[in-house]
Design a protein around this ligand. Structure first.
Ligand code: PRT
Ligand code: ZN
Length: 283
């Protein structure tokens, strides 16, 4: 069967996490910054290192079978690819921001204003859907300085911490889209045997990230109360301790409500709670 190709960002915000994800999937490859392509020694896959802007089209056209890229770039390039998996990193929002001195209350008040952006396609669709008649000024970078230079009234740009907006005297006004890194594939590739294998590995790594492995000691009298607080993969393992009145409980807990559950377990009498990261969860 032919060797698959996956395109990831060569350098930039998504490179490190993309490489880490693929390595956590057990793929063995060299991550030389100088090379454009790297073979995986233990899986029929080659890794292409590209500019992120090129990845969606390369995947659509079949030059790469798979790709990891921000949803903002996928939407802006209007390609036809399949979303195989949201990856949970590279999270940001595409926002319209306005100068601190500008007082607008409703998005419709953007009508008649000019908005600088490197995302004209997404912005045009957003403005159309809201029936806002604003002028889009497409520029190639440093969008945040354009109101200060008198080039536009507002901007539409990616925001993560909000620090860039703040240091340029801008404030977020409305959310155009939320984005994160996505594993995409060429149409139809989702049925490929090796893609399914890779996808399963990716999902097991993501699942493990969302959960913690927990071991705790509890008196037998309080065991049922504790079990009710533990979802577990199926049901928790209960192991007898040398002290006959006590047991150790082994389970996994979702990261999302981790501290709430731990506090409830302590109130239920749990002691010696040990928490460990999980590498993979395979169903
Ligand atoms: O060289 P190449 O073309 O491959 O990379 P690039 O420079 O075009 O992209 P890069 O590496 O900056 O970003 C890659 C992807 O990371 C983006 O397409 C997004 O999907 C995602 N991402 C997540 C971000 C941000 N967060 C982000 N904060 N991309 C850009 N920014 C920029 C934003 O444009 C603004 O200039 O960071 C600034 C704002 O950050 P805060 O933290 O000050 O709000
Ligand atoms: Zn780019």
């Amino acid at each position: 069967m032919k060797t698959l190709k996956i395109a990831i960002q060569k350098s930039g915000r998504l490179n490190e996490k993309s490489v880490e994800l693929l390595k956590n999937c057990g793929l063995d490859f060299d991550n030389y910054k100088s090379s454009l392509i790297s073979g995986v020694s233990n899986f029929p896959l080659e890794i292409l290192f590209l500019r992120d802007d090129d990845i969606p089209e390369y995947v659509q056209d079949g030059i790469a079978d798979l790709g990891i890229v921000g949803e903002n770039v996928i939407q802006e390039t209007e390609v036809e690819v399949v979303y195989l998996q949201r990856l949970g990193f590279g999270k940001c929002s595409l926002k319209i921001a306005i100068p601190n001195s500008l007082d607008l209350n409703d998005v419709t008040e953007l009508s008649g204003k000019s908005i600088a952006t490197t995302y004209p396609v997404i912005l045009r669709k957003y403005l159309k859907a809201k029936e806002i008649n604003a002028e889009i000024r497409t520029i190639s970078g440093s969008v945040e300085i354009s109101p200060g230079l008198g080039l536009s009234d507002a901007i539409c740009d990616l925001v993560s911490t909000g620090g860039t907006l703040k240091s340029n005297g801008l404030k977020p006004f409305c959310n155009v889209m939320s984005s994160e890194a996505i594993l995409i594939g060429k149409a139809g590739i989702e049925n490929h045997e090796h893609v399914q294998e890779l996808l399963q590995r990716v999902q097991s790594v993501l699942r493990a990230k969302e959960t913690k492995y927990v071991v705790l000691n509890i008196h037998k009298d309080n065991l049922n109360k504790a079990i009710e607080l533990l979802p577990g993969v199926k049901s928790p393992s209960v192991v007898p301790l040398a002290d006959e009145g006590w047991v150790a409980v082994h389970t996994v807990i979702p990261e999302s409500d981790f501290w709430d559950r731990i506090n409830l377990l302590r109130q239920a009498g749990a002691q010696g709670i040990t928490v460990m990261p999980i590498e993979k969860i395979i169903f």
